[in-house]
Design a protein around this ligand. Sequence first.
Ligand code: SME
Length: 169
Amino acid sequence: MSYVPRTDRPADKAACYAEVEGEILAVLDGEPNRVARMATVASMLADAFDSYFWTGFYVVDPDKAGADGAGELVVGPYQGTLGCLRIPFGRGVCGAAAATGLTQVVEDVHAFPGHIACDSRSASEIVVPVFGADGVLIAVFDVDSTEKAAFDGVDRAALERLLGKVFGT
Ligand code: SME
């Protein structure tokens, strides 16, 4: 199978997400492997949006699950410059999403307490928790942009829906 990246995406962000979601679901049809699914989501979303500077997953490390529920994330499939390898739950934006189970939309990462600067060009980000079919957290999906306030409720709704369809069913 070959895939030709499109250059004529809809200007409307919600419409663009809807279009890419359909393509991602079509590509992943019948593919159960979680790494393959994560790699495909990161690649196709990064390709579709110019605002995506760093795009990828931090996966819950099963070897670091604390008895008190505290855990550690380890980097998974991503597109972009070098990302840090490990993030404890509760640390930075990714750690906050993992610890709370809630999407984090950060307009200015430099104003976020404990933000982890993997690349100083990142200015804003969205991190969405990813749950498996059993409702257990398996990863977070992190997108960074070099523009401030690049993400809003449209990104949040679209990514929560897309990740729910890809990993939660
Ligand atoms: N921005 C993240 C760290 C991961 S990198 O940006 C790839 C954070 O503070 O959680």
